[in-house]
Design a protein around this ligand. Structure first.
Ligand code: GDP
Length: 597
């Protein structure tokens, strides 16, 4: 009941008259009459808006209250605590102390994320890199008014999302970079969606304030429209004007970060269970596996036994972000660690276990699980699958990351791709740029359900591996019209994967046997590779293919065999072919979908 004694009813933003009548248990006819009395003609199935519904039910002695909108997937996801927070939920609240906030920088491409991170590092990190390790950790720590702040140095929601995809949450605070001369752009909106999903407090760095075309008021309005209401407009989003290029406003930004940190619980137990998140991992030729780790609880010490996914090992050496050797790492400290058995993936959670044996056992168990999981088809994002999703109405956008060798070819490609948007289905170019396809390009596509298109460029090794791991399609072209043709086909659903025959091996026919009720069998010797029973075969006579069809039987000395290798004799039967002759060549092959790169 509300204060005035009216019964309160939750009403959605729109409601049909029929539903509204049910809600207040009144005949729809009475509602229609009431509407008519208010000058609105409506039938029983018509939708009326919240305000109208509120007035009408008011007449019947009810009070309206907006009902919560249905939860989006992102919002649902947000309700689940990130895994590491669940793990530290067991920590004794008394033992929790403040730790430095971990900040991630997101925003639309070219709005200045990298420049901002570089500027903060350059103006706030004393002494530069010590060079104990040449490795660059993608995180650094600065001090502002005696308080530390950790920055994750991989800007963009791809990295952020990769972490979240693995149940980790690297950042406590998000800085959304918006260029003052460009405003809220598609990736700004995506970043906002990701930040909201992660329930991470956000503040805005309004960058490029040095530009004459900067229009802060317009940008603030756009931010408000996108759900981030500036604090000076009574909202709760701090908007800090900066120029990364001129290194202006950076102190204000750091100050704002500490203010946001103060209003959030950013705590850990330095004496508690050691856990954190992998920032990145790589294999170094001379040092072996180098893993950049962000400690989120407890204190990681030299000699500790680490367990990360299927990787394990003792911490042999540890370096801070400047390359200084350190013996321990406290919460929110990024460190580079040597000693793991294999390269861990960014976003994986690490813990410290009691013994090497325990680490090995758990790691092996996980490796076995991973092998059985890998037998299942991966959720790849190929053009074909994206088209299926179009047809099923699941997506209306083909999201692309486009890389080309030179600016001159990039522009015609992006403009012709954009022109392909047809009807409901749009081409959305998440990012375009020159240079080889990098891991970041792949992660951006992965986080957004897109694919990567290259023109006259190659995919870097790391990019290929990431694409395999994340199931992202990379397509490389050297002729523009082929590229646009493929995308057009994908949009129209006509894309057929190219199938290539891959030869498995050859055999030469030495004799022909007649088997009653079965037909002719060719007695052969395998001269190259192997023949397989579940494969297709061609019969080649005088250099010409005279038959092509599936292998019906394959025997070695009367035993059915699945395959037979070079140098061995076999009897082979082909379905639909009987006319073997001595001297024929039988070649076995499989069909493979042509790898795009
Ligand atoms: P990112 O894609 O968001 O990482 O953007 P970058 O940091 O690479 O910056 C994109 C471009 O904007 C570069 O040419 C920068 O030099 C330029 N830029 C970045 N910050 C500023 C700024 O504060 N003022 C001006 N005028 N240019 C900037």
């Amino acid at each position: 009941m509300s204060d005035n004694g009216h019964k309160t009813i939750e009403i959605p933003t729109t409601v049909t008259i029929r539903d509204l009548a049910t809600m207040i248990d009144i005949s729809p006819i009475d509602i229609i009459k009431q509407l008519m009395a208010n000058g609105v003609m409506a039938n029983i199935n018509q939708q009326i808006d919240y305000d109208t519904a509120a007035i009408i039910i008011g007449e019947f002695g009810y009070e309206a209250k907006p009902s919560a909108p249905p939860e989006s997937d992102l919002e649902k996801e947000a309700k689940e605590l990130p895994r590491w927070r669940q793990l530290i939920a067991d920590e004794d609240p008394e033992a929790l102390v403040d730790r430095p906030p971990v900040v991630t920088v997101l925003g639309h491409v070219d709005h200045g994320k990298t420049t901002l991170l570089d500027a903060i590092r350059a103006t706030n990190v004393a002494g530069g890199e010590a060079g104990g390790i040449t490795q660059h950790i993608s995180a650094y720590q600065v001090e502002h008014n005696g308080r530390k702040i950790t920055f994750l140095d991989t800007p963009g929601h791809a990295a952020f999302t990769a972490m979240r995809a693995r149940g980790a949450q690297g950042a406590d605070i998000a800085v959304l970079v918006v260029a003052a001369d460009d405003g809220v752009m598609p990736q700004t909106r995506e970043a906002i969606a990701h930040i909201k999903a992660a329930q991470v407090p956000v503040l805005v760095a309004m960058n490029k304030m040095d530009r004459p075309s900067a229009n802060p008021d317009k940008v603030k309005q756009e931010l408000a429209d996108a759900g981030l209401i500036p604090d000076e407009w009574e909202g709760d989003t701090m908007v800090v004007p900066v120029s990364a290029k001129e290194q202006e406003g950076l102190d204000d930004l750091l100050e704002a970060i500490t203010l946001v940190a103060d209003s959030t619980e950013i705590k850990a137990n330095p004496k508690g269970r050691v856990l954190g998140t992998v920032i990145e991992g790589e294999l170094d030729r001379s040092r072996g596996v180098v893993a950049a780790l962000l400690v989120q609880n407890g204190t990681l010490e030299l000699g500790d036994t680490l367990l990360v996914g299927t990787a394990h090992g003792n911490v042999r050496a540890m370096f801070d972000f400047q390359g200084n050797a350190v013996e321990e790492a406290t919460p929110s400290m990024p460190v580079s660690v040597l000693g793991l058995s294999s390269v861990p993936r960014a976003g994986e959670l690490f813990t410290v276990v009691e013994s090497d044996r325990e680490a090995r056992d758990i790691a092996e168990e996980r490796a076995e699980e991973a092998v059985s999981a890998s037998r299942k088809p991966v959720a790849a994002q190929t053009l074909e699958q994206i088209f299926e999703a179009f047809q099923a109405g699941e997506v209306q956008e083909l999201r692309l990351v486009v890389k080309a060798d030179v600016q001159g070819s990039l522009e015609p490609i992006t403009s012709s791709l954009e022109k392909l948007s047809a009807g409901e289905i749009k081409v959305n170019i998440l990012h375009s740029g020159t240079g080889n396809i990098s891991k970041d390009d792949v992660m951006l596509a992965a986080a957004s359900g897109g694919i990567v298109i290259g023109f006259n460029v190659a995919a870097e090794q790391g990019a290929k591996m990431t694409a395999d791991a994340e199931g992202v399609d990379i397509r490389v072209y050297d002729i523009i019209y082929r590229l646009t043709e493929d995308i057009e086909k994908a949009l129209k659903g006509m894309l057929e994967p190219e199938i290539r025959k891959v030869s498995l091996g050859k055999a030469s026919v030495r004799a022909v046997f007649r088997i009653p009720r079965v037909g002719n069998i060719a007695g052969c010797i395998v001269t190259e590779g192997e023949l397989r029973r579940n494969a297709d075969a061609q019969v080649i006579r005088d250099g010409e293919i005279i038959f092509e069809g599936p292998v019906a039987s394959l025997k070695h000395e009367k035993e059915d065999v699945r395959e037979i290798r070079e140098g061995f004799e076999c009897g082979i039967g082909l379905r639909g072919f009987d006319d073997f002759e001595e001297g024929d060549i039988i070649e076995c092959f499989t069909e493979e979908t042509v790898p795009v790169i």
